[in-house]
Design a protein around this ligand. Structure first.
Ligand code: UDP
Length: 510
């Protein structure tokens, strides 16, 4: 194997590799992750899962140099996963580094113009020849690469079957036209469970026009895909998986929870950490030692995802609610001068010493969730976090912020009955139209009060039959999640089926 990147002595880097074992038995997946943590992390897990399936399986992850550099260590022990660099002049290469979500579509469009020709040339030159492209739906241009080189294009959208089906029923029925305001609840038609939602909570509730146009473009590409891999498992989403297959009209393979491919301590500890770059200052060992000293099921883990979306006054209410709950907690906070100022001026961290741990910027979420001391998860309902909480068998306190998170909350709290809603009704951020100004933090309404947080924690972690039942159900779903990837079980079989399907002749995307 020849590496063209001499400045980097990591064997995963490989922009033009020519393997000795370039023969027909090798199955070579080329993966294009979207440049944002919540999408890159599961895509890397998918590469790990696939290569763990058989020694003849290779994966190449194509991404920009900064993103690749941040995956390097976690892939070092996975020699059959390669990183191929898509060079770019962009200083900022990840949505997480943008000043706000308003910049995400211009960022993705200009990046696409720059890297598409290179990606095509690199794919053509890859050896072994690619067998299939798995691309985030947020990079719809990769469809053209797949059709050009004559391989199936499989999409990954990182959300739930439930969310996809609910959206299809909502828009297919035209029900939104019959409601008077964004905040008026209506029942989603034709679902197995009774699910109430309002317009403001739908994934497009926070979007500007540019984002809505982009989503339409993604949808057009998605319709041409050979199929979609889902980070989910059939026992979790039951009828919604079969319904999604019907609605989409292409193949859907549920192969999750993909995070379970991280079996070893180091894999769990490193996962996603490097993506934060220099900003990461967390000390895993200290936190894990503290957790070791806590009683089983006594600690609440609080993390609102990889993007910072809650305004400071709302975060302060959350902190006060944690204090009022009298429960032990780990609270992950993102860099925010205003919140830090409050923590310091209030002496909050000092006050909570021994009972509450604050992790700044990035927590080893998989390690923490699987620790026996953790008894509940306050989550923003990002789909990865939901599945990770499910796999850990934990009851959840749900605090959706935006996008598909409100629908994920309904699945957890109203369909699976393993979660309690904290009471957030409106998105915590709204993308601006051109020329529109950001509002001041102080103008933002504080929706969830510290009393709501305290009460929610009590319902999730406190005593009583209802809480016990919920915890029991969460444990049962957790067992199913772990079983799904065992030999001969649903996700394991779906991976085999997926590989079988993409190897069939005449499966090319056009
Ligand atoms: N994550 C983590 N540590 C953190 C924050 C997030 O490991 O401090 C991981 C988490 O385990 C999940 C991903 O980042 O895999 C976040 O994805 P999710 O879909 O939950 O939310 P998003 O950040 O995309 O809103």
């Amino acid at each position: 194997m020849t590496s063209t990147n001499s400045s980097n002595n990591n064997s995963n880097y490989d922009n033009n590799h020519h393997d000795d074992d370039d023969n027909n038995d090798v199955i070579h997946f080329v993966l294009f992750p979207l440049m944002v943590h919540g999408h890159t992390i599961p895509m890397v897990d998918i590469a790990k899962l696939l290569t763990q399936t058989a020694p003849s399986i290779r994966a190449t992850i194509m991404t920009t140099p900064q993103n690749a550099a941040r995956l390097r260590h976690s892939l070092a022990s996975h020699p059959r996963i390669h990183l191929t660099l898509l060079k770019t002049s962009q200083a900022c290469q990840n949505i997480d580094q943008l000043p706000s979500m308003n910049h995400s579509i211009p960022f993705l469009s200009s990046l696409a113009n720059e890297i598409q020709p290179q990606a095509l040339a690199l794919c053509k030159a890859l050896s072994p020849k690619p067998t299939c492209i798995i691309s985030d739906v947020g990079l719809p241009w990769t469809l053209h690469i797949a059709s050009h080189i004559g391989v199936p294009w499989v999409s990954f959208n990182g959300s739930s079957c439930f969310g996809n089906v609910a959206m299809s029923k909502i828009f297919g029925s035209g029900i939104c036209e019959s409601v008077e305001s964004d905040g008026e609840y209506f029942v989603v038609p034709e679902l197995e469970h009774r699910i109430e939602v309002c317009k403001a909570q739908l994934p497009n509730g926070y979007m500007n026009d540019g984002m809505i146009k982009f989503i339409k473009m993604m949808g057009e590409a998605e319709r041409k895909s050979y199929g979609m891999v889902m980070n989910s498992f059939e026992e979790l989403e039951g009828s919604y998986v079969s319904e999604m297959k019907k609605i989409k009209g292409y193949k859907v393979w549920c192969i999750g929870p993909v995070s379970l491919c991280n079996k070893h301590y180091e894999d769990k500890a490193q996962r996603g950490k490097e993506l934060r770059g220099e900003k990461d200052s967390s000390n895993n060992d200290e936190v894990m030692i503290w957790l070791d000293s806590q009683d089983p099921n006594s600690v609440l883990y609080v993390c609102l995802g990889s993007l910072h979306n809650l305004k400071t006054p709302q975060l302060i209410e959350l902190g006060l609610g944690l204090e009022a709950s009298k429960k032990a907690f780990i609270w992950v906070v993102r860099a925010s001068n205003k919140l830090e100022k409050w923590i310091e001026e209030e002496g909050f961290e000092e006050r909570m010493k021994g009972r509450g741990v604050i992790i700044r910027d990035w927590a080893p979420q998989l390690l923490i969730l699987s620790h026996p001391a953790i008894g509940g998860f306050l989550t923003h309902c990002g789909w990865n976090s939901i599945l990770e909480g499910v796999a850990a068998g934990l009851p959840m306190l749900t605090w959706p912020l935006f996008s598909d998170q409100f629908l994920n909350e309904k699945l957890v709290a109203d369909a699976l009955n393993i979660g309690v809603k904290v009471g957030a009704k409106y998105p915590a951020m709204k993308m601006k139209e051109e020329g529109e100004e950001e509002e001041e933090e102080e103008d933002w309404i504080v929706e969830v009060r510290k009393e709501d947080v305290k009460e929610g924690i009590e319902r999730v972690m406190g005593e009583g039959e209802e809480a016990e039942e919920r915890r029991k159900r969460a444990r049962e779903v957790g067992v199913m999640a772990n079983k799904a990837l065992e030999d001969g079980c649903s996700s394991h079989l779906n991976i085999a089926l997926f590989i079988h399907d993409i190897l069939k002749p005449n499966n090319i995307s056009t």
